[in-house]
Write a protein that binds this ligand. Sequence first.
Ligand code: GMT
Length: 378
Amino acid sequence: MKIGILCHHTYGGSGAIAAELGKALAAKGHIIHFFSQAAPFRLNAYSRNIHYHEVEVMHYPLFECPLYSLALASKVSEVAHYEKFDIVHAHYAIPHALSAMLARQMLEDKCSGEKCFRLVTTLHGTDITVVGADRGMADVVRLAINKSDGVTSVSEYLKDETIRMFNPVKEIAVIPNFVDTSFFRRAPRQDIREQLGLGDEKILIHISNFRPVKCIGDVVRVFYEVNRKIGSTLLLVGDGPERSEAETLARTLGIADRVRFLGKLDDIVPLLSISDLMLMPSNAESFGLAALEAMACGVPVVATMAGGFPEFIVSGEHGHLLMPGDVEGMAGKAYELLADGEMRERYSDACVRQAKRYETALLVEQYEAFYKKLLNEA
Ligand code: GMT
């Protein structure tokens, strides 16, 4: 198949999944064309089957806001015309599904009668729960969903939320996120501990884009409680709007020397490999890819019952799920796991086994089947 993939290039789960899906499809012989504002952060692969189109936005004094959505639509239409895509797969409803829809119209207008691609949209989370919930954006999100030929969501939770909010005309298929367990696997490296100046203390880790839904303040507060009982260090990977508040909180609580703000990093496996526990106290999370990647590296997760976490994290087996905001509860469970090596080991093994159920190859097959079904219906 010839497949166009539209995704965000910035750090975030949707861009990661789009890039990993494209790479896996290319490895199976499909021809993949990525469209993005800059190279997607996980697209670090050489393949004869992968093409990348950077979308350049025209700057003109009259346009105060750059017209990215239109430039993207125009670029997809242009490439689809000569490449004859079978599928265009938009990751995240806005602007990608809408740009793809527009590209389809442009193509139909330019060459009437020519077979056009089928449009697949994968809903990732905040495109529905934050952007879609915004009154000013709701109608455009609804249109993007309803005009797609096929819609998938990354969890049952997100499917239910989308139905509740938009009552879409089409069925939504759930295809969960996935992880390449041959890449995401525990490979502890003493040199990493040394480079970071770590001793033999316990390591807690949090990875995100530091947006309000991630509750970074709770990460720091949970860590504060844990660190009072057991010597530990918190690694914070990523960056975003809540970072400076978290830095202030760490200073106020007197634990700044125990909290490492590492910024945005591509290579997270070495950090996960030295970690004992991941903290994900989000108040809304459609899936939580970072948690699945941590589990693949044998890192149990203390997270919330919010959104999609309960669909792949079994509380009491792979970590613990508590109510959002329950800092004391999360700290208690985190301490329990860190203090009992045998228990942590058991949880760690269970995490690795669970992650294998979300192996890339298995879920990529589901996407392929979804594409084929749509093409057969055309
Ligand atoms: O977490 C974010 O805010 C980024 C966002 C994205 O689109 O990159 O992540 C969403 O998509 C990920 C991949 O499907 C999911 O694992 C995340 O749970 C989801 N984020 C939220 O629902 C908050």
